[in-house]
Write a protein that binds this ligand. Sequence first.
Ligand code: PHE
Length: 503
Amino acid sequence: MADGPLSEVLLRRLEAADGGLDSAELAAELRVEHQAVVGAVKSLQALGEVIEAELRSTKRWELTPEGEEIAREGSHEARVFRSVPPGGLAQSELMKLPSGQVGFSKAMSNKWIRVDKSAADGPRVFRVADSVEDEVQKRLLVVRSGQAEKLSEKERNELRKRKLLSEVTLKTYWVSKGSAFSTSVSKQDTELSPEMISSGSWRDRSFKPYNFAARGVLPDSGHLHPLMKVRTQFRQIFLEMGFSEMPTNNFIESSFWNFDALFQPQQHPARDQHDTFFLQDPAVAPQLPMDYVHRVQRTHSQGGYGSQGYKYPWKLDEARKNLLRTHTTASSARALHLLAQKKPFTPVKYFSIDRVFRNETLDSTHLAEFHQIEGVVADYGLTLGHLMGVLQEFFTKLGITQLRFKPAYNPYTEPSMEVFSYHQGLKKWVEVGNSGLFRPEMLLPMGLPEKVSVIAWGLSLERPTMIKYGINNIRELVGHKVNLQMVYDSPMCRLDMPTQAAA
Ligand code: PHE
């Protein structure tokens, strides 16, 4: 049956009713909160055509809390009258009673009581009548029984002026039978299970529609995700070392900037669909800097700048294909190309920390998206020694002092080095980054001066974060299944403990 007994009751009442029924009247009859009936109406509405509900607003007179009290205990003036015994009462005593102040003047003007000022011990109050009619209480009781219209407008206004009555607008539903009316409606499913899919039973089930208007629970405050805390620390280190941040505000990149500009040949396996997410819409980049593109084309297909190139027919169509950038080195290429346009050349130190995407097989340490931290230094005459020195300084600031470099290969750097650090906890050398000197085949077509070399390195943000926060499965750190409590509880990040920050 539909959500609980109230909606069942509503359906049965509706079956017997001719025409329809009012939600407020039903609530009054059943002695339940109006809101509960409204809830039942809404859950029945969600079933489709079972009922029809029309929102109406009706005005109703209601007693104020003081009005309620008077309906129960009598008006202040009646209470004053009742507290005066046949022998009278000192006015000073009467004024001390709870209703004394307000009730006295009303009782006087009603001529229910009188004051005798001749007594030696101060004014005394006496009853004038034997009994009185408490009209105010009577009228309030009439309103309370739901028959406010029996009072004259003047009477109601008087009570309103005394703040005993107020007119409220009530939103109620006029409920009537829908085209698919039935008193037995099956409960709607809220979740699609694997069993429903494999058996095909989902076809015959009715699913509860999403309520996009539902209000979520308001958080007490915002919390920074651990990745953002660690990012702040890395940013701090770069800034201390005099680096400035490159713009990385485009997840979508052309193959040109992601691969071709980096002297990565068009048949390189990393360009495969297996490693890279290509875009279907828009599938190609609208514009590329054609002068530069032609220099890149020549370098790939024929060589130049002292290089023999790859000797293959380079295709513009391939370079225009849009993808989700696979590394932030694409942004570094853009930044260096821009730098090359500024004459005369001035040395720079750049960094970036942002998201990249790879079509990876997902496991406990790999997701299809992660963050890269990248540092780039361009100056005259930089060598491998400079790269090792900068890496040493950078990692020392992270608390990682024991470093080793291992020769590696990247299409865009020569020489290339993987960076390893000794992990005290794991008692072994672990990879902490990749680095190298950008190739002349990448830099010279951009227009950088021949004697300028560029050293660069990159690492992931997730790895140090997982180590720092003791998280073993990346799914606990990133994605829709993370426990928000983990985010709330994660302490601030300080990368100053060598053993913890290592790797
Ligand atoms: N782009 C490389 C990666 O994705 C990292 C790197 C950056 C290597 C700069 C060398 C120089 O792993």
